[in-house]
Design a protein around this ligand. Sequence first.
Ligand SMILES: NC(=O)c1ccc[n+]([C@@H]2O[C@H](COP(=O)([O-])OP(=O)(O)OC[C@H]3O[C@@H](n4cnc5c(N)ncnc54)[C@H](OP(=O)(O)O)[C@@H]3O)[C@@H](O)[C@H]2O)c1
Length: 253
Amino acid sequence: MSLKGKVAIVTGATGGIGRQIVENLASEGINMVLGARRAEKLEEIKNSLPSVKIEVVKCDVTKQGDLENLVEIAKDKFGRVDILVNAAGVSSQYPFWQQPKEDIEKVMYTNYYSYVMLARLVVEIMKEQKSGHIVNITSGSVMVDPPPRNFIVYTSLKVALRAFAKGLFWEMRDFGIKVTSLFPGVTRTPLTNRLKDISEEQSRLMEPEAVAEAVLFALKQPENVCPLELAVINQRTPWKKPVIPFKQDHPDK
Ligand SMILES: NC(=O)c1ccc[n+]([C@@H]2O[C@H](COP(=O)([O-])OP(=O)(O)OC[C@H]3O[C@@H](n4cnc5c(N)ncnc54)[C@H](OP(=O)(O)O)[C@@H]3O)[C@@H](O)[C@H]2O)c1
């Protein structure tokens, strides 16, 4: 299925996963509006991909006005939005009792609110078009139950995002709008560099290419097929410690 000439908004375009998605979308001839806070990095990415039309927008996804501006620019420059890829995100690894309040707020607005709000803004356009595809980069952690220790705010918001996307699919499918949630395992990106307890054996981490390939897989399905959820998980566990310890010292000990 040809994607040439379609228009995509991609958030997190300067990140490990987002950047690779942008490259893969460009290789299919998809024009893009890219959002992130680092404007100079966005320009660099635009200049490296001359085969497609790219608009770059300095955007803080925790700010409502910036989200609205991103979608407005896509409408103004291209007149349509066929694809939204939500790939902006932050990591957050704390024992809950030590997690700063500001961190909880940042994760909520970046990893959850911006995804939902951008979906809200683009569905109006996609509904008019009677077509569109929303792809959320969620997380493989949603498949771990209970949520992994030290990641409970991060993971529970990803679980909420997963639930949101499933509901959105059922609500929007009669308008021709597809929704895909992608659950990557631990991937080699700047985000992972900041985490503790990741294996030093780099070959245990996935490359962003695996995630970007899964995005294209989702986008290339026939009109009547929607890959609602795709999990691309590490074959070799990347953690030094189990994510759910099976043994714990009693607090009184
Ligand atoms: N890496 C993994 O192992 C992994 C696994 C599962 C799920 N994920 C998910 O995949 C997504 C991308 O992660 P990544 O590994 O690619 O992270 P990354 O390399 O750290 O990139 C994060 C991206 O998000 C953008 N971003 C962060 N805060 C923002 C804000 N307030 N406003 C606008 N943009 C913001 C950054 O752009 P600027 O700094 O330029 O603003 C950057 O483009 C996240 O949702 C993450 O939870 C990652």
